[in-house]
Design a protein around this ligand. Sequence first.
Ligand SMILES: [Zn+2]
Length: 285
Amino acid sequence: MTAAENTITMTKQEDDVPFVDIQTKEEVEEDDDDFEDPSTSRKTVVVPVTPTVIKKEEHVFSPELLKQYYSRLFPYDFIYQWLSYNDASSSQQIFSRREFSFTIEPFPGEEIYIRYQSFSNEMELREAIMKRQPHKIDIGAVFNHPPKDKNTVHNFTTVQRELVFDIDLTDYDEIRNCGCTGAKICPKCWTFMNMAVKVIDAGLKEDFGFEKVTWFYSGRRGVHAWVSDESARMLSNEARSAIANYFEVSRPTPKKKPCEGKPSKIPGVFYPDLVSFVSYIRSRR
Ligand SMILES: [Zn+2]
């Protein structure tokens, strides 16, 4: 599990039905950004907001369906409310200072990544999305100024962002005995994700006192946890890493240093609920 950068993404999916994705992205921020975690990596989580019928044979992307989706189905109000935190006094400031990035594809196979988009309200967000028809929408951090004004202000920097964890089934490759590897998943190995969600969700709430913990399917091989409590949004990079480390019981690192080829981090003292979680997991085998 890694502490991750938070983004949201519209992607082309296997069944031509657009999704809203929550995605972590490689941090390419070159500006002062106190909360950036250098360990982040680009991965994708999907929030299915439309009914899906998977037809693996049909992979043709439809711009017209995407347009219909943005016009009729995209949850602008939900996105706005969520990222405003229902705080009348500060909601507009928080929302208007949030970075959005669009990935557009003006021609098939030609992707353009547009950073530092920001919007004053839900209507501006809707208008921009309708105009750009982005194939992906990344939700970034909240800055001290609207990101669209980045080049006209001094000391442009991050002031808050959600605490995001990224859990991939590839983290379990060494103990997956169902035959799956890499991005391949099946109901059997997905049990690891079910267990991880239960353990980490309880730990975040009971051990750290967070309340606003939301889980998203990555769309590929794992899940993302978004912790949106204000205290979580204000955490330093060091605190984010420390929380991630707290949950880490074993970290196989065969692809790194040879001396770390075995599970390398089994603490002598487990955190309080680990024993009960182990019992729970064993009861589900
Ligand atoms: Zn499997």
